[in-house]
Design a binder for this molecule. Sequence first.
Ligand SMILES: NC(=O)c1ccc[n+]([C@@H]2O[C@H](COP(=O)([O-])OP(=O)(O)OC[C@H]3O[C@@H](n4cnc5c(N)ncnc54)[C@H](OP(=O)(O)O)[C@@H]3O)[C@@H](O)[C@H]2O)c1
Length: 331
Amino acid sequence: MKYRTIGMNPKTSREVSVLALGTHLFGTVTGEATSFALLDRYVQAGGTFIDTAGNYAFWVNGTQGGESEELLGRWRRSRGAGEEIVIATKLGARPQAPGTSFTDNAEGLSARVIRESSQRSRDRLGMDRLDLLYAHIDDPKVPLGETVEAFAAQVAAGTVGLLGVSNHWAWQVERARSLAAAAGLPGYEVLQYQHSYLRPRTDLPGSRSPDGIPGMAGGDLLSYLRAEPQLTMVAYSSLIRGGYVRPDRLAAAEFAEYDHPGTRVRLAALREVAKDADATVNQVVLAWLIGAQIPVIPVVGASSVAQLDESLAAVNLELTTEQRARLDAAR
Ligand SMILES: NC(=O)c1ccc[n+]([C@@H]2O[C@H](COP(=O)([O-])OP(=O)(O)OC[C@H]3O[C@@H](n4cnc5c(N)ncnc54)[C@H](OP(=O)(O)O)[C@@H]3O)[C@@H](O)[C@H]2O)c1
């Protein structure tokens, strides 16, 4: 395993593995025994960065979520896991009632929600302090200053270590960080977005905005990260839920943004480099992200130990300058 530091302040920064484990289906679609086996295998391989959210996985059984955090709490207790494992969670996108969603009934980012949901996550995870807490989605109804102050209050109280943000437009992240900096408060330091080797169309309206999908890393966000290299980029759905090796997944409506002529070209380059590097296509994607100019921590999902092992092996795959150039040139 390889490690890197997240967070800028030496007092709050943490060392984490360059590959994170996503657990959004743990405790629902993925049963307890398999979830525990995946977590154990990840830790055995040196993994130290686990990703969850207070609303995972509300959509599976029509609940408000919390099953993934609860499972992680049971796993932490049974394994005696402590400070060595960094657990990131999220709030703001939990539906306010069973059977609803974050698209129509999200809890949002008010001071009250931040206080109460943070506490609920700590209870479910069995942690006095959340290592990293993200704002899961934006909340246009709450003044940004209220959100910034409420997150900072969690850090001041010692109930949260680092702050992160997910699925916000780049300008919202910059505005929140500016407000925090001007007030001398801690701001978002870790950014979590959908990002992979395939390039998404950014002109399609999203479920929460007619202007697009704010969770999709596009040029605005990548240029922001390039200008602020002390921030950490975490990428989700980097394997396109298996779409690189399962055409049915890539063709699914939820990934319509990859349905354009450039995808074919990039897939062909990927296959060539994978052959050349004696690696799988998934591993080339992960290695391309981990070793990129703007280095990315992919948070991978897996429903079997074999899938996880394939992703873990990508950490040791070093693409040559020529292989990387070939991948970058494909468009
Ligand atoms: N911030 C956010 O809004 C947000 C959104 C989405 C996800 N996330 C986080 O990111 C994590 C990962 O998300 P994701 O599941 O969408 O990402 P992903 O890593 O692209 O997809 C994981 C899925 O891909 C398939 N897969 C994995 N390895 C494979 C392999 N070697 N061969 C074939 N198929 C393989 C498996 O599907 P099967 O199980 O069907 O085989 C697995 O469940 C989540 O658990 C969550 O923590 C965050």
